[in-house]
Every structure is written in C-alpha cells, then in structure tokens.
Design a protein around this ligand. Structure first.
Ligand code: AMP
Length: 214
C-alpha cells in the first residue's frame, strides 16, 4: 500500500497514521517528525528547516523534495508507505509524481481528513507531547503542566502549537495546501473523511474506505 494522508494541522494525521502503519506494516513517513528530529540533532537540514518550522511556515519545496526522495529510497519504504503531511504544495505534488514514476512506485490512494478551523485551534491548544517518549496527548488547558500517562514524563507544548503560530499554520494550509487536494482528485483516488468525529470513528471510516485497496 502507498498512501498519502493529508489534512489541516490538528486534523489527527499523526494518530491515524500510527494506526495505519500498524495495520498494514508499511513505513510511516511523517515529514513533520523528520524535520523536528533533524532540528533537534542540529543537522544541516535541521538548520535550514528550523526558522520555517518555528514560525509555522512551509519549508521550501526543494528541501522537502530532496528529503522525500532520499526517504522513499530507504529499505523499509520498499514494503509500502504512508506519507503523513506530504505533499503540501502544488510543486510538491508534481515532484512526488516525478519521484515515484522514476523509482517505479505507484501511489494507491490519498486520504484527506477534513476538520473546521475552530476545531483545529481548540485541539492544538490542548495538544501536549511527552518530552521523554514523545506520546501525544490532549490535556485541555486546565490540565496543562500534567505528566504523560504512558511514562510519567513531562508534557510540553510544541513550539509551533503556540496560538500565534497555529494561526499562521492554518493560513498557510488554506493558501498552499487546499489547492493540492483538487489537483490530487484529478490524478488519484481520494477518500474524504470527516475528521471532526472521535478517533475511533475516523479510524473505522478510513478502514472501511481502504478495504477495497488492501
Ligand atoms: P506537521 O507535524 O506535519 O504539522 O509539520 C510541522 C511543520 O513542519 C510544518 O508547520 C512545516 O513547517 C514543516 N513541514 C512538514 N511537512 C512539510 C511539507 N510537506 N512541506 C513543507 N513544510 C513541511
């Protein structure tokens, strides 16, 4: 299976990606996770990406395309993959089409998680990441400063989940990423999912829709 999983920040991509990875045994390629890890390790790529990620802006397309091409060539990606958060611009769609054609891989389907901006703001303001095990939890403002239910580690707000950065990310999403959906619809099978529902309902809807591809 080769899947593109797309949606606004806070639409639940990471949560659903983890479930899909487990179910299909494919590589989970989250461009956001890769960039955060490069930034944390202080690599060249991390230095290039950091100012964009911090401000909630998109990292330039040439950087992203180089990163994806290298990642799709890794051995675990030969079993199939799930792209989480890529492509996010029209240039990235064209670049992905070129790369996959060149390496002889066919994309099966795109999944788009739809959620209204006011829900995005509410979800992201309550989202916390465990500083130890990286588990993501939603604590709501009242519980901010609590500890991770899995490992007891401290819960922290992602830099780019600060309210002003969230507003930027929503604007960038509308301007740069929404046009991507229309382009994908013309080229690939696309599954639209109402992601305002609970996680289990979203997972059920995705699995039902994917059953014809597995
Ligand atoms: P995410 O975890 O998917 O919300 O991504 C976090 C941040 O990483 C985004 O706000 C961007 O700064 C950057 N990023 C992730 N994926 C992409 C992409 N496909 N193109 C450009 N920037 C990206």
């Amino acid at each position: 299976m080769r899947i593109m999983l797309l949606g606004a920040p806070g639409s639940g991509k990471g949560t659903q990606a983890a479930l899909l990875k487990e179910r299909y045994g494919i590589a989970h390629i989250s461009t956001g996770d890769i960039l955060r890890s490069e930034v944390a390790r202080g690599t060249d790529l991390g230095h290039k990406a950091e100012p964009f990620v911090k401000q909630g802006k998109l990292v330039p397309d040439d950087v992203m395309l180089g990163m994806i091409e290298a990642r799709l060539a890794e051995p675990d990606a030969m079993r199939g993959w799930l792209l989480d958060g890529f492509p996010r611009t029209l240039v990235q769609v064209h670049g992905l089409v070129d790369v996959t054609e060149r390496i002889g891989q066919k994309i099966d389907v795109g999944i788009i998680l739809h959620v209204a901006p006011e829900i995005v703001v509410r979800r992201l303001s309550g989202r916390r990441n465990c500083a130890n095990c990286k588990a993501v939890t939603n604590v709501g403002d009242a519980a901010a400063g609590g500890v991770c239910a899995k490992c007891g580690g401290p819960l922290v707000l992602r830099d780019d989940d600060e309210p002003e950065t969230v507003r930027n990310r929503i604007q960038v999403f509308g301007r740069e990423t929404q046009p991507v959906f229309e382009l994908l619809r013309g080229r690939y099978d696309v599954i639209d999912i109402d992601a305002a529902q609970g996680q289990e309902q979203v997972a059920d809807a995705i699995w039902k829709a994917l059953s014809k591809y597995a």
